[in-house]
Write a protein that binds this ligand. Structure first.
Ligand code: NAD
Length: 488
């Protein structure tokens, strides 16, 4: 096992993301041996914590989220000993000087060799000022790598995203900026390229000659919970479509990369996103549906949640029909939907193949072949075929050929992404050009929507969204293949 050497400086070290995701992910890398002796973490935030308190918080976050079968207390304590806390206000230049001293000291002590990861786990409004100080106060080294990790949201439209990007690229080269979209760390999302480009049956069928339509569902059963402040300024379109959903669309519709490396793969994803038809306001009205949840069994309407405006026009649901204007996918509708307070929590992709050109079986209805990829909560691939009933006579039924991953100890998304980051592999991070084309597509929808006040709420909590989301497909003679409201 190759040991990766790095000093992490986590801005926002006391925050929710750090505690829920980053510390457990780093611990899992540690217990698997990817990081061992030569790593240290400096957590920074405003609170005046001691190293001891910080280590206790880190240890608690691991005890609370990693399966107890996979570690001993001694492992947790040894791991937490690598953590140091530095109280820090990101706007205060002097603090960066203190941080620099501590970073140098830990670099020597742990023999890290100058590799630094600056993880910006805090509000994007601070990214520019942190990047500037890191450079001007010389926290970057000249004898190792210096990588900056940023989280979503990356802007709220193309203009603000461009500004944000420039504010970081002014101080860090483009290839040292790693934009996290944690969906790209999920096993089944990574599996899309494996399925498409590792199997000749799919490679040959993956185009507009054989695919009828593609359906992507990211449904959540929870409501807005603690995120009201942010959500009221974002909504489902910005929160889920611009990043996660369009990333999935690009993986499903891109052309084959020349080779499986970050540059070639991201080049094809960029082209796929560039191929998305950007809609006029009339086309938006025709192809996109927005919704907001009303009350349901034992739950409030969105507008009655804490810290949400009584007349909020923010959408908690989006469905849409996308058109990919490239040779392989022109004419194949890509239907997407995402929302809160839906019937189930699931991330799911259904690739619906065309029906047989003719049916030679008299009186037998043939169904479409479908490849379903369950991303969350189960990791499962199912191929639906037509199969003869094992009976006398000749009847056919739809047969699911399914495989479910049962491994309890698969690396979680953040662990995989942090490991890629340490190895300098940007395949599963979003390139700026991807962000740019995604915003271009989303901005057209947002600006069309902003011209009208929607009639909200328009779907019941616990349903699969407004009826218009079903009509979007019905009008094309299709329906959602994934329907958790139906009991089989
Ligand atoms: P949070 O509010 O829990 O934490 C923010 C951190 O920033 C805290 O440690 C706080 O002390 C620190 N901070 C704030 N102002 C500061 C200042 N002036 N100087 C120094 N430190 C300061 O936020 P979070 O949920 O951890 O999110 C962090 C980032 O990650 C945000 O950009 C968020 O959008 C993104 N993100 C979070 C999640 C998640 O699951 N929490 C998921 C996706 C993206």
């Amino acid at each position: 096992m190759r040991e990766e050497k790095a000093l992490f400086i986590i801005f926002g070290g006391t925050g929710d993301l750090a505690q829920r995701k980053l510390y457990p992910a780093l611990f899992n890398l540690y217990r698997r041996g990817h990081i061992q002796k030569s790593f240290a973490v400096i957590g920074t935030a405003r609170r005046p914590w001691t190293d001891e308190h910080y280590r206790e918080v880190v240890a608690d976050s691991i005890r609370g989220s990693v399966d107890a079968d996979f570690y001993t207390e001694a492992m947790v304590e040894n791991f937490a000993d690598h953590f140091y806390y530095q109280s820090h206000n990101v706007n205060d230049t002097e603090h960066y000087m203190i941080l620099k001293k501590l970073a140098q000291q830990l670099d020597d002590e742990y023999e890290i060799g100058g590799n630094r990861v600056f993880y910006l786990a805090m509000s994007p409004r601070f990214f520019g000022t942190i990047a500037e100080h890191l450079k001007t106060q010389k926290l970057v080294t000249d004898h190792g790598y210096n990588r900056v990790v940023v989280e979503k949201p990356f802007g709220r439209d193309l203009a603000t995203a461009t500004e944000l990007n420039q504010s970081i690229e002014k101080y860090f080269p483009a290839d040292s900026i790693f934009r996290i979209d944690h969906y790209l760390g999920k096993a089944m999302i990574q599996n899309i390229t494996a399925i498409r480009f590792g199997n000749s049956i799919f490679r040959n069928l993956w185009n507009n000659r054989y695919i009828d339509n593609i359906q992507i569902t990211l449904s959540e059963s929870l409501g807005v919970e603690e995120r009201a402040g942010y959500y009221e300024t974002a909504g489902a379109l910005r929160d889920m479509v611009q990043n996660h959903i369009l990333q999935i669309v690009s993986l499903l519709t891109m052309n084959a990369p020349v080779s499986f490396n970050d540059q070639d793969l991201r080049q094809e994803k960029i082209s796929a996103l560039k191929s998305l038809k950007v809609y006029t306001p009339d086309e938006v009205a025709h192809n996109f549906v927005r919704g907001q949840y009303g009350p349901g069994e034992g739950v409030h309407a969105y507008r009655d949640e804490d810290n949400i405006a009584d007349d909020s026009a923010i959408e908690t649901f989006v469905a849409g029909k996308l058109e990919v204007e490239n040779m392989n996918f022109a004419g194949v509708p890509v239907y997407i939907r995402t929302g809160k307070r839906l019937a189930t929590k699931a991330t799911r992709i259904d690739v619906i193949f065309k029906k047989m050109p003719t049916n030679i079986f008299p009186g037998v209805a043939l169904t479409n072949n479908v490849l379903s990829i369950d991303v969350d909560p189960n990791e499962e691939i199912t191929l639906y075929i037509n199969d003869k009933d094992y009976d006398t006579g000749f009847k056919m039924k739809q047969l699911p050929l399914a495989y479910r991953n049962q491994n309890r100890d698969c690396p979680e998304a953040y662990e995989k992404l942090l490991h890629d980051l340490l190895r300098g592999d940007a395949t599963n991070f979003t390139h700026w050009e991807e962000v740019k084309y995604s915003w271009q597509f989303v901005d057209a929808i947002r600006s069309a929507w902003d011209m009208e006040t929607p009639a909200f709420p328009n779907y019941e909590s616990g349903s699969m969204g407004p009826q218009a989301a079903d009509e979007l497909l019905a009008r094309d003679g299709k329906q959602w293949f994934f329907d958790p409201t139906k009991t089989n």
